[in-house]
Design a protein around this ligand. Structure first.
Ligand SMILES: NC(=O)c1ccc[n+]([C@@H]2O[C@H](COP(=O)([O-])OP(=O)(O)OC[C@H]3O[C@@H](n4cnc5c(N)ncnc54)[C@H](OP(=O)(O)O)[C@@H]3O)[C@@H](O)[C@H]2O)c1
Length: 210
């Protein structure tokens, strides 16, 4: 799959690295594609990868992954141009700058806000609920940890679930995009457990079944 990733930090860099190794073609859209940081990442990934503006990345891709700080997400989307019909995996969390809480919730969500900004795109909220280290290593003692995805377009959600499964997660359909109102607080719970409760970042949620 041709995947544009807006942002090449902890989340974007990790996802691009793993998906490129699985044969997907990655195009990072970043503010400064020639920066040392971006070039170092490209050289580590080696093949199936390039970097440019968000508009260039979007033009190249079947799927767009949002891995930008919340404060930069609207401008990244606007700079990408026409996103009508695109599948967007929204990994962002609408956090306060100090990560202490979400800036919205209960009656709306960051995912739904992204869908309003990205007019005509099919937004799926996913890969926001755990730390980026788990995105490259989601299996704990033989148990695949869970990653929920929610969105209103079934084809886009199927694509997202495939990409999430490619990472090794137990990929679970959590319903329509409105469920982002629950998946973003789930991310906040993970952050709180990792930092305030001292469990650390080597922590992940699993879904048990019988
Ligand atoms: N960290 C986690 O474990 C984690 C887990 C799940 C979800 N999330 C969410 O995922 C998002 C990214 O988190 P992160 O930890 O990966 O952040 P990060 O390490 O700070 O990386 C952010 C990336 O976005 C780029 N960026 C900034 N403004 C941009 C713009 N206008 N257009 C395109 N790219 C832009 C940055 O480029 P420059 O460095 O050049 O500014 C950087 O490459 C956040 O919304 C976060 O809440 C994070």
């Amino acid at each position: 799959m041709k995947i544009a990733i807006f942002g090449a930090g902890g989340v974007g860099g990790t996802l691009g690295t793993v998906w490129a190794a699985k044969g997907h073609e990655i195009f990072f859209g970043v503010p400064n594609p020639t920066s040392e940081k971006t070039q170092t990442l490209l050289s580590k990934i080696d093949s199936n990868v390039q970097a440019g503006t968000v508009a260039q990345a979007s033009g190249f891709s079947d799927v767009i992954v949002l891995a930008t700080p919340w404060a930069a997400t609207e401008s990244a989307i606007k700079a990408a141009g026409n996103l009508s019909g695109k599948t967007i995996l929204d990994c962002t969390n609408p956090l306060k700058p100090d990560f202490s809480a979400l800036t919205m919730g209960f009656t709306t969500s960051g995912g739904e806000q992204v869908a309003q900004w990205a007019v005509g795109a099919n937004v799926v909220k996913t890969l926001n609920q755990t730390g980026y280290e788990n995105m490259s290593d989601p299996v704990y003692g033989g148990q695949a940890t869970v990653m929920f995805a929610c969105g209103d377009n079934e084809n886009a959600k199927a694509t997202a679930l495939t990409l999430v499964s490619d990472l090794g997660f137990d990929a679970v359909d959590a319903g329509g995009l409105e469920m982002a109102r629950l998946l973003e607080p789930l991310a906040m719970l993970w952050i709180s457990l990792a930092y305030r409760q001292g469990l650390g970042r080597n922590t992940a949620f699993a879904l048990m079944r019988r």
